[in-house]
Design a protein around this ligand. Structure first.
Ligand SMILES: Nc1ncnc2c1ncn2[C@@H]1O[C@H](COP(=O)(O)OP(=O)(O)O)[C@@H](O)[C@H]1O
Ligand SMILES: [Mg+2]
Length: 367
């Protein structure tokens, strides 16, 4: 392995189920103590990756390493991993204590030590005193904490979490997100977390692998994914983005002259290889990077005229959709509530100006 800090690594791992390619030549490394997320739509192979890490599936080709050791010959209960499943998977006929102790069933540990560790695990997931409750006496969130405690009691080095909060309602899910994060920081275990919810992944993770069709499209920190997506597909999946087609007219001294469909001719700094003279590319810009005003600005920023089509009220901000000649779709503009409801109401069909800073533009290869 090349990365010395790598604690978990997938080396060119594929998994086929008959003719279905669930995981397709996947390689990435995860450092010890990371909160690493696999993010992608349903069916993109997230669960299959976790199951291969946990030892419940074997790769068709490639190898999984944990702590430098190839895992192909290591059965699940001898791996330094433990898994929290999507469905709570706690036993209804056992009480909380017995459910958590079940995590230690393969280990020869004295009763008193088991009891001590159950209490410790209950503390960790903030359920002290719940040991005698039965599963039907618990809320969804509490059941999920029990499942977490059962996985943690093994003291795994790597905790695998498969959409553990997926079944919870939004408010509870957000609460549990904060707790999971705090828990991960306090125990220092490497978390590998699966979700299809981009907001959840951005909130929790130190790094995220954005997946599609069994492949990793990009592996980066939440900030980098948001500000420097490598493709239209990633940019579209992470937050909201406006896309405008463009033709590269010229590239000189790190500056590209672009002829865009709707934003006019613009000059912007460009260092990527795909920005070559004559290439068709995509210019992306986040809704919050577009500034909307009734008059044309005089600050010399690039700007374009448009017409307000619709506006969506989101409480703390508005999304206003502005149609611009030449643009395929109306551009989404995020404005703070105050500005949107300001002295001069912005009516439908009114003419407005959109402006942006040069560094707000993200250049992407045409798919
Ligand atoms: N045991 C299996 N047998 C056949 N196909 C499977 C099996 N497990 C997963 N798949 C297929 O592999 C692909 C990836 O599945 P999965 O890893 O569960 O995706 P995700 O967790 O991202 O929703 C899907 O097309 C799924 O139908
Ligand atoms: Mg899944």
């Amino acid at each position: 392995m090349t990365n010395n800090d790598a604690f978990v690594s997938l080396a060119d791992v594929s998994k086929h189920f008959g003719s279905v390619v669930a995981v397709d030549h996947l390689s990435f490394t995860i450092n010890s103590g990371e909160f690493f997320s696999l993010l992608g739509p349903s069916g993109c192979g997230k669960t299959t990756v976790l199951r291969m890490l946990g030892g419940f599936e074997s790769p068709t080709t490639g190898e999984v390493y944990i702590d430098g050791v190839p895992m192909s010959e290591v059965p699940p209960h001898h791996r330094p991993t433990n898994m929290v499943f999507q469905n709570y998977a706690i036993f209804p006929h056992l009480n909380v204590r017995a459910n958590i102790a079940y995590g230690l069933r393969y280990d020869k540990i004295e009763k008193a030590e088991v009891a001590r560790r159950v209490e410790e695990a209950l503390e960790m997931v903030k359920l002290p005193g719940f040991g005698k409750r039965r599963s039907n006496e618990l809320s969804g969130g509490q059941r999920q904490r029990v499942a977490l405690a059962r996985a943690l009691i093994k003291r795994p080095k790597v905790l695998l979490l498969d959409e553990p909060l997926g079944a919870l309602d939004k408010k509870l899910r957000e609460e549990m997100q904060l707790e999971l994060r705090a828990l991960q920081e306090s125990v220092g275990i490497t978390f590998i977390f699966v979700t299809h919810d981009q907001e959840e992944a951005l909130t929790l993770s130190s790094r995220i692998a954005v997946m599609a069709r069994g492949k990793a499209l990009q592996v980066a920190s939440p900030k980098d994914l948001y500000n420097h997506p490598v493709s239209v597909e990633v940019a579209d999946f992470i937050g909201q983005m406006n896309f405008v087609k463009a033709q590269v007219m010229d590239v000189r001294n790190g500056e590209a002259l672009l002829d865009t469909a709707g934003l006019g001719k613009i000059t912007t700094s460009a260092s990527s290889d795909f920005v070559r003279k004559g290439a068709a590319i995509i210019v992306a810009i986040r809704p919050e990077k577009l500034l909307l005003s009734a008059e044309r600005g005089s600050d010399g920023r690039a700007s374009v005229q448009g017409t307000i089509k619709t506006s969506t009220y989101l409480g703390d901000r508005n999304h206003i959709y502005v149609s611009v000649d030449g643009c395929e779709k109306p551009l989404a503009v995020a404005t703070p509530e105050a500005q949107a409801s300001g002295e001069k109401p912005l009516d439908r069909e009114s003419t407005v100006w959109l402006s942006w800073a040069d560094n707000a533009l993200i250049l992407l290869p045409h798919d």
